[in-house]
Design a protein around this ligand. Structure first.
Ligand code: NAP
Length: 294
């Protein structure tokens, strides 16, 4: 299939390389051109402008946040440059409100819009093992199914309205942040009484909390592996704020999300923006006046 891909960050570059590996004819664009080089060496065409990447049957995008998506697709005029009938598959974690607006803006122009946010960090993206939440018109989803299957291990359909996939992604990331914060606070407690984070998390993640989220982030906390960040703290803050905004819009109180937002802000105020969001463990340690090394 003739496909464009825009947004070649940690996730997008891994996802795009799997489209190439599956034999699709790929044209890529990224704001900073350097990120296109590894894909060009794998056989992708490089577009100098976003609209040149949008001339295939399908355009996939994996941009950072609402602001980036708005700048490129709406303010930058990319939607106006796309041919009617093209399917846009948006993988980014964006707000429910923007997802609704994008669905309307695509429909006005005769474009198809599929929301396909993902669970899985860059290593899972590289291994084509993402869990992909997908929502949009069934016919459009069927057209892009081979692409989604090349990037993920499982597709999770969530209905016709694109924003449903986004709200599920946002709610899932809220749960991940809560899991990290609970491990951060619990390990501060055990450490203050002489049990190391590694010993405590070994017990918990092999017994009561033997689930991928606890095991994956528990390992990062036990080993203090906060760098390089698979999911940097600012993106974590963005997602918890998306949950709070979606909650306000539907009058759904999320009291714990407020606590998570403040912990993430505290990490950023301490200068930790480059670290993975599992570095919430450092925030909990500092609050307890414990040595930052676990
Ligand atoms: P990233 O490495 O920071 O990449 C962000 C991408 O967005 C880059 O290509 C960047 O271009 C582009 N971008 C940012 N602002 C832009 C703008 N104003 N105009 C044009 N392009 C812009 O982020 P990522 O980790 O790949 O995450 C991408 C999305 O996936 C986010 O919504 C994130 O929440 C979600 N996600 C991430 C993970 C994860 O573990 N990392 C997992 C699941 C979902 P430049 O290269 O020019 O900066």
């Amino acid at each position: 299939m003739k496909v464009g891909f825009i947004g070649l960050g940690s996730m997008g570059s891994a996802m795009a390389s799997n489209l190439l590996a599956a034999g699709h004819a790929l044209t890529v664009w990224n704001r900073s051109e350097a990120a296109t080089e590894p894909l060009a060496s794998l056989g992708a065409k490089v577009a100098r402008t976003a609209d040149r990447a949008a001339q295939g049957e399908v355009l996939c995008s994996m941009l950072a946040n609402d602001q980036a998506v708005r700048e490129v697709f709406l303010d930058g005029g990319l939607l106006d440059a796309m041919d009617p009938g093209t399917v846009h598959v948006n993988h980014a974690t964006i707000s429910v409100a923007l997802a609704r607006e994008l669905a309307e803006e695509h429909a006005k122009r005769g474009l198809e819009y599929v929301a396909a946010p993902v669970f899985g960090r860059p290593d899972m993206a590289a291994a084509a093992k993402l869990n992909i939440l997908v929502a949009g018109q069934p016919a459009a989803i069927e057209r892009v199914r081979p692409l989604l299957e090349a990037m993920g291990s499982k597709l999770w359909p969530l209905g016709d309205a694109p924003e449903r996939a986004n709200v599920a992604k946002i709610a899932g990331n809220f749960m991940l942040a809560a899991a990290i914060e609970s491990m951060a606070e619990a390990t501060a407690l055990t450490r203050a009484h002489g049990v190391s984070a590694a010993d405590f998390l070994e017990v918990m993640t092999n017994t009561l909390f033997a689930a991928p989220a606890y095991q994956g982030y528990g390992k990062l906390i036990a080993e203090q592996r906060f760098k390089p960040a698979g999911f940097p703290l600012p993106l974590g803050l963005k997602d918890v704020e998306l949950a709070l905004t979606a909650g306000s819009a539907a009058r759904v109180p999320l009291p714990f999300a407020g606590v998570l937002r403040d912990s993430l802000l505290e990490a950023l105020a301490a200068g930790d923006a480059e670290l993975d969001w599992s570095a919430l463990a450092l925030v909990a340690a500092r609050r307890a006046h414990l040595d930052e090394s676990l």
